[in-house]
Design a protein around this ligand. Structure first.
Ligand SMILES: Nc1ncnc2c1ncn2[C@@H]1O[C@H](COP(=O)(O)OP(=O)(O)OP(=O)(O)O)[C@@H](O)[C@H]1O
Ligand SMILES: [Mg+2]
Length: 245
């Protein structure tokens, strides 16, 4: 379980404080798929960055499986990073490395031996449906295929949590559906807890169990997708759901 308590994060912009996360508390159940929605600037990416340990909050706590990330030393943080996979909108692949090498990269950094890496990369290529493409370079792949590589790379160290920041915003609607199907498969087969930041409410409706609605750094509404989307209470949720409300 991920337990977030009273999380705040301020950025300094032109010497002025900007409150990006304002007293965020929430619980995320193991093996669930949670969608985080909100307008641009709501704090969604900041929240994911704090969860992944990339950005430290001003105050508040994040407990992952009972361990507080703020109290971790460098070694514990490194081992935590192996348990959290991250996927971004822009794929962030290494363009000078082929598919195999991109996926192998986190395993090489973690110090696994060649044979393990070889076997694990083949499992991952299979998992994301890219068998036969191991030697291709990213420049020759479609956006959907690049995102599959990014997902395989994020899953390389067998994380228990997969954080996805707008994973499909650069993709067409058919490819988006394929990537969502892949994430559901990964959630079920690999028992991974998934958190997806998106501005596409359709994605949340089709694959998420829970939804969190952020606005100006605050949680405005949260709950089961089936409840929140059929009976939205906050004005911002109604706005995000668009013409349906
Ligand atoms: N590194 C930074 N330095 C200063 N301000 C930042 C930084 N990162 C984000 N912000 C500000 O914090 C607020 C929240 O940003 P964040 O990127 O978390 O929003 P978001 O919900 O992900 O938006 P989007 O949907 O556009 O990606 C915004 O006002 C943004 O300008
Ligand atoms: Mg963002």
């Amino acid at each position: 379980m991920i337990k977030i308590t009273h999380l705040t994060k301020t950025y300094q912009v032109n010497n002025q404080p900007l409150l990006a996360l304002d007293n965020i508390s929430m619980l995320i159940e193991d093996k669930s798929i949670t969608g985080i929605i909100g307008m641009s600037g709501a704090g969604k990416s900041t929240l994911l960055r704090v969860l992944s340990g990339l950005v430290s909050p001003d105050s508040g706590g994040v407990l992952i499986d009972g361990m507080a990330i703020m109290d971790m030393d460098a070694k514990e943080l490194r081992s935590l990073r192996k348990r959290i996979g991250v996927v971004f909108q822009g794929y962030q692949l290494l363009m000078q490395k082929n598919v195999f090498k991109n996926i192998a990269f986190p395993l090489e950094i973690a110090g696994y031996d060649k044979e393990y890496i070889h076997n694990r990369v083949h499992q991952l290529v299979d998992l994301v449906g890219l068998s036969g493409k191991e030697l291709q370079y990213p420049a020759k792949l479609s956006g959907g295929q690049m995102q599959r590589v990014a997902i395989a790379r994020a899953m390389a160290t067998n994380p228990s949590i997969l954080l996805c920041d707008e994973p499909t915003s650069a993709l067409d609607s058919v490819t988006t559906k394929e990537i969502m199907k892949l994430l559901v498969e990964i959630n079920q087969k690999e028992n991974v807890t998934i958190i997806i930041v998106t501005h596409e409410v359709g994605i949340v409706r089709s694959i998420c169990h829970h939804v969190i609605v952020l606005d100006e750094g605050k949680i405005e509404e949260e709950g089961l997708v089936s409840n929140v989307f059929t009976n939205p209470k906050a004005q911002i949720t109604k706005l995000l759901l668009g013409k349906e409300y």
